[in-house]
Structure formats: structure tokens, C-alpha cells
Design a binder for this molecule. Sequence first.
Ligand SMILES: *Cc1c(COP(=O)(O)O)cnc(C)c1O
Length: 239
Amino acid sequence: MEKSNFELSDIIGDIYRRICHASMRAGREPDEVELIAVTKTQNDNVIDNAIIHGLRNFGENYVQEAIKKHTSLNQTCEYTKINWHLIGHLQKNKVKPAIKHFSVIHTIDSLELAYLIDKEAKKIGKVQNGLIQVKLSDEPTKHGINSKELPSLVEKILVLENLQIQGLMGIPEFFADPEKVRPYYSKLRYLQEQLISSGYNQLKELSMGMSNDFEIAIEEGATIVRIGTAIFGKRKPRN
Ligand SMILES: *Cc1c(COP(=O)(O)O)cnc(C)c1O
């Protein structure tokens, strides 16, 4: 069921309240944390409503799906500046459309992909913002760079002129009990701190935390949380 307007404003208000409380528990300022509304599988109506309720950052997993929405929403919402975030794996053959449409690519996990993004961004005169996705669990299906290879990847990527890396992103294994993800998030924070103390001060962002665990992610240092289900309800399966 789609959320009514009334429900949606209550829900978004409640999410901001929870972000605020988690920030305060960690001795942080609530405005250090940016909310990305994850709209994969959601239709234009849902996104339009979210825009009306003040949301401006949207996360999508699939390049084509996002572009379709982006194009139709542009006709109705020209007055707003909307930032699209790519939070799903980026295939090399989708780099060109991806850099045209996304403000931030959260899932850069190889040098090859980074070179390609830099090259295509240069062609259209864009400096593409991005995050490096770090592999947080041993599940074979998860994408991301191995934490051991992270420093050498960072060294090579941060010299690229048309790709601006702003921090790290991670997806932990799923646990019903959100406390179990805390070690994954504190590990990502630790990796970030190591890099910053090696002089990579620009790696300020930590994209971590989803519906089930965003408060814990914030306590562990998240600056970007990616929330879908807790705002829009359960997703329909993708067909
Ligand atoms: C789907 C997705 C989310 C949002 O998950 P919810 O549990 O619905 O909040 C966040 N991050 C990534 C990478 C996702 O694929």
C-alpha cells in the first residue's frame, strides 16, 4: 500500500527525530547526518510525494530504472534540486549514463571502474562525486574492495581529476538483531580514520546504515544513511 500524505509526513518526521536522538547519544550534531530515501521499485507518485514532503536525496540501485524516473520527474519538479545517489553495483557498460544522471556514485570498488568513471566524466566536463564501497562481510555475493587492498586503491584513485572521492560506503551482512551489525560499522569507521590519519582528509563521508540499523550506524559515525522500507513500507518484489 502506498502511504497517504498524512502518514508520510509523520513517518519522515519520526525518522528525523530518530536520527537526531542517535546523533545526540553519540555526541554529534544531527545535521552531520544526511538522509537518503531509497526509492528502488517505488513509482513516480511515491517519489513525487516524498519531494513534496521535503526529501531531496534519493537512492536507486539500478541505472536504467533511475533514469526513467529521473526523466519523468524532471518534467514535474523542475523547481527543485534533487540529488540522485547510485547505491547499487555499477556495471562498466552503464558508466556513461550513470555519470550523466547521478550526483554521487556510492559503489566504486575497483581501479578499473574508477578509471572509466574519470574518463567518461572528463568527456562531459563533470567532476563526479563518489564513495569507495568496502566489503564488510565474507559473503561471496557482496561487492566492495577488500579492506587490505583499500589503502592502495585510495592512493591511486585520489589523484584522478574528474572523480572526487568523498568517503567510504559499506553494506553489512543482514541480522535481525541490529546490534550484531555494530562491529561492521565500527570497522568501516576505523578504516576511514586510518586513511584520514594517513593524510586523506577528504574522506569525510561514511555511507552506512539502513532501515533496520541506521541508529547504530549513526552512533558509529555514519554521515549518510540510506533508508527505504522504514519510509515507504515493504517493497514489492522486482520483476
Ligand atoms: C535497498 C537498499 C537500502 C535500503 O534498505 P532498507 O532496508 O529498505 O532501508 C540501502 N542501501 C542499499 C545499498 C540498498 O540496496
